[in-house]
Design a protein around this ligand. Sequence first.
Ligand code: G1P
Length: 299
Amino acid sequence: MTNSVKPIIAQTITHAVIPVAGFGTRMLPLSKSIPKELLPLGNRPAIHYVVEEAIAAGIKHIVLVGHAQKSAIENYFDINSELDSQLRAKGKEGLADSLNWLPDDVSVSMIRQGKPLGLGHAVLSARPIIGDNNFAVLLPDVVLNPFTTDMTQDNLAFMLSEFAKSAHSQILVSEVADNDIHKYGIAKLKSVSDIKSNLADGNASFAVAGFVEKPSLAEAPSNLAVVGRYVFSHRIFDYLADTKPSVGGEIQLTDAIDALISTEGVNVTTMVGDSFDAGDMTSYMRAFIYFAERQLSQQ
Ligand code: G1P
């Protein structure tokens, strides 16, 4: 790894990585033959909302990191020409058009992870496509509420604009209950007053000292959890390439972020609105009911 610290050029970010290689064991039996990312939230698969969020924030190139059993996700974002012509032949133009919702200037591609070595390794697997572009990462288990948040300005969109101003990587965080702390990466703040002065209305971005992956409550340095939205300088790839397995025997993204902090500015961004965990059965069922009720009330 080279440490000749050239300044990161904060050009507009148009690339995003969505890791989809997980087996979804917490969602069995639903996820036995359907990728968990394609399970419905109301009338759309969960990952549809995550891709819409990325596009609303200005992302144009989406890289899914998956494996052989996940090709149905790539197909969801492709045009099914046979279905398209069948629908049009039957005069169902509106339905055919609604399936081709992905804007023409947005591409979705898939690359394979190869071995299941953890989230950090999944992100590193996208390097051949992302190259020297700075990029966003969206974890598809986390679905931000599209009914109460303006995706063109809040959260990911805000993080991208902060990166454009400062070239500091941005990590979205949100307060979690004590009994959920062990499930998340937890932020170590530079000063306790940071949290008091920044948990106001609207997103706020401030420098962070580091992260601890899935600590016990006693070890947790705060109650601010990594939510699953990141904006990275491409230099994170150098650190990921050097990161050894740690918690759970996996190559952790949070370890590479800690290493990045030693040479570049890294900020947390506080989240606005609420989010759903679509990778956990109880939260998923609640999220399904929420999305279904919202959509039924709009009909
Ligand atoms: C991952 C990250 C963790 C983050 C979480 C958000 O954990 O490693 O830092 O808080 O996503 O959902 P995972 O849920 O993949 O175990």
